[in-house]
Design a protein around this ligand. Sequence first.
Ligand code: CP3
Length: 354
Amino acid sequence: MNFKVKNDTFLRALLRQPTEYTPLWMMRQAGRYLPEYRATRRQAGSFMGLCKSPDFATEVTLQPLDRFPLDAAILFSDILTVPDAMGLGLYFSEGEGPKFERPLETEADIMALQVPDIGKDLKYVTDAVSQIRKSLDGRVPLIGFSGSPWTLSCYMVEGGSSDDYAKVKTLMYKEPKLMHHILNVTAQAVTAYLNAQIEAGAQAVMIFDSWGGALSHSAFHEFSLAYTQRIVDGLIKEKDGVRIPSIVFTKGGGLWIESIADIGCDAVGLDWTMDIGVARQKVGHKVALQGNLDPTVLFATPEVIRNEVEKVLSSFGFGSGHVFNLGHGISQHTDPENAAALVQAVHELSKKYH
Ligand code: CP3
């Protein structure tokens, strides 16, 4: 197996080392906007059927790379594999998103929660990581990922997606000790899970705190960031003499960018609400930044896409430390031709900033 990465632009940008252009990948780059993904999913029977088969997971991970010259691959899986392995029974009902058969409803449910046996219950994920690494054969680096303890807890307590997170936030305010117990067990699980992905071949890891932005200033620091920090502290930092960078993405976290940059991660992901140049002024000497085009821009024309790409690139300005991405996942209604226009625009227009 060839362990050398032919295109390591993404890894260099995360470490703020010089690059020839700004590398990019797209959150949810393997997904329903691609007809080939929909075809493979039909073959697999379901979304979890894709995740649980290393062959299918490898196939769909590579699909966007075969179409576009992206600078990174991301493991095809889901953040909710961890609570599923903790026994909550994940399923996807058509049109309703993820659901749990056994959400955390009582104190007894919460106290029974245990760190899963990663080597057994999440072996399908680490098997997928090794197989994807083999199939990539050094083309681009592979990103592993997990949800943050707070974001996973949102799903575990709500039993699925929610508009207001009323159940989990009520638990947090009324029973903070129980909330901390869930977060503590989940943080241990996530640390072990990400380290297992690194051992299997992930070359960078990303923590998705998709619902951190639902919290107040003090609650965010106490119930979300403190646990993300524990994970970052516990991550394997180097493998075979090569640094494994970590990225922390908090949707709606622009207000807290300085405290996020302080937890020891290598890069901070930004949603589209914040000016990336302002973010750079606040944290540029500490971390790289990843983001932050509004994914809805991809519903416009290639000309508009080019203009909006230029705005993000010029706002970040000269030098390394920027991984271009969308501010959140690509919509399933995106025309793949517009994703192609985005990739081309970033590669062409960014050269002058390096
Ligand atoms: O980025 C990638 O290409 C890698 C794969 C990936 C998926 N989910 C595949 C997926 C990643 C990194 C995730 C992370 C994830 N999953 C997050 C964090 C990122 C974010 O979006 O904020 C969250 C909150 C989830 C939970 C989840 N999984 C939801 C809410 C849904 C339904 C959403 C929807 O668009 O319907 C999923 C399902 C899911 N995960 C799909 C994909 C491609 C769509 C499933 C399908 O094929 O029907």
